[in-house]
Design a protein around this ligand. Structure first.
Ligand code: EPU
Length: 296
């Protein structure tokens, strides 16, 4: 466990009994017994090493955009890297901390006249979570840009790896339970106004076909091989279906919305099961969760 003074220091990184719902885009989830937000690599290293030495398990919280946290919260310590969000341009690369938001990276790249990040425009989340889950969409994903990843081992030591062939796949990576502290993205020089134009076009297309950032977790299901979960759910007639405070989005059927902010994790679980059964009955296709789930 963390040293007692870290748990209670008002200016320290530890916050006991912290509500997690506001830290997720779904606005769902109970409390973390202890939430820790280190402000530097050194502080992170001390936190991780002391958790590891005391056998205390932890979970990494990214931007909370692809995550369902159980209504009764989590027992493990929850670590957030949102205090680590620096980025710098080095020639044709951006070296960025895991806690930086994707939209800041997209903006920084456009200003520097570096192309490649545009497919990430309009995707909520932080760099760490995006690299972990190889975030992306129709126009490309982050994995194809990653030249190097900075990782922290459980003993608090830092290392760098160069992801090889097959490291990134559809919405997943081989990071495992290592902590992503930062990444280096390799980009290509281009005209800044062309880059911004392309990014704006991608954001516009997303706005026209998907609900906004708040009150949902992005796509709930992974796309099955050769098909599209949103299309299958829509064609099975599930748009607008409701369980408690959660509805299948009338805009894009693979988004489940929490429009009044009263939905719970169990509402989501029930709706997912209902939709999954309907899609299996109508199309004979088994849908699998894309959203990560935390239970106690
Ligand atoms: N469609 C429907 N009804 C719907 C939703 C979609 O018929 O309710 C049809 C569309 O008309 C289109 C097709 O399904 O013909 C594909 O839809 P879309 O272009 O929205 O792509 P998607 O496969 O549903 C993927 C990613 C999104 C990403 C978009 C855009 C997955 C599971 N989803 O969506 O990523 O934003 O491409 O690039 O890979 C996420 O991963 O959380 C996510 C939102």
């Amino acid at each position: 466990m963390l040293p007692a003074n870290w748990r209670t220091r008002s200016d320290g990184p530890g916050h006991p009994g912290c509500r997690l719902a506001p830290m997720t885009t779904w606005r769902i989830g109970g409390e973390a017994e202890l939430y820790v937000e280190p402000g530097s690599r050194e502080e992170l290293s001390e936190v991780v090493a002391s958790l590891w030495q005391s056998g205390q398990r932890w979970r990494m919280l990214g931007g909370g955009s692809n995550l369902l946290i159980a209504d009764d919260g989590v027992k493990d310590v929850v670590l957030s890297l949102r205090g680590l969000k620096e980025m710098r341009v080095v020639e044709d690369r951006i070296v960025v901390d895991a806690g930086a938001h994707l939209h800041s990276v997209v903006r920084c790249a456009a200003r520097a006249g570096l192309s490649g990040c545009e497919p990430l425009a309009g995707i909520p989340g932080q760099v760490g979570g995006a690299v972990f889950g190889n975030a992306g969409g129709r126009h490309g994903d982050i994995g194809s840009l990653v030249a190097e990843i900075e990782l922290m081992a459980p003993d608090g030591s830092l290392s760098r790896i160069v992801p090889g062939e097959g490291f990134f796949r559809y919405r997943k990576s081989l990071i495992g339970d290592r902590i992503i502290v930062g990444a280096t993205l390799r980009l290509a020089p281009a005209d800044p106004s062309e880059i911004s134009k392309r990014a704006r076009g991608i954001i516009r297309a997303r706005r026209n076909s998907q609900p906004g950032w708040v009150g949902n977790a992005g796509c709930v299901f992974r796309n099955p091989e050769g098909d599209n979960a949103g299309r299958l759910i829509d064609a099975a007639g599930c748009k607008g279906e409701r369980e408690g405070g959660i509805i299948v989005s009338p805009i894009h059927a693979n988004f489940f919305e929490n429009p009044e902010g009263i939905g719970t994790a169990s509402d989501v679980e029930r709706l997912v099961e209902r939709v999954r059964k309907r899609v299996a009955a109508v199309h004979g296709v088994e849908l699998n969760w894309e959203v990560r789930r935390w239970t106690r």
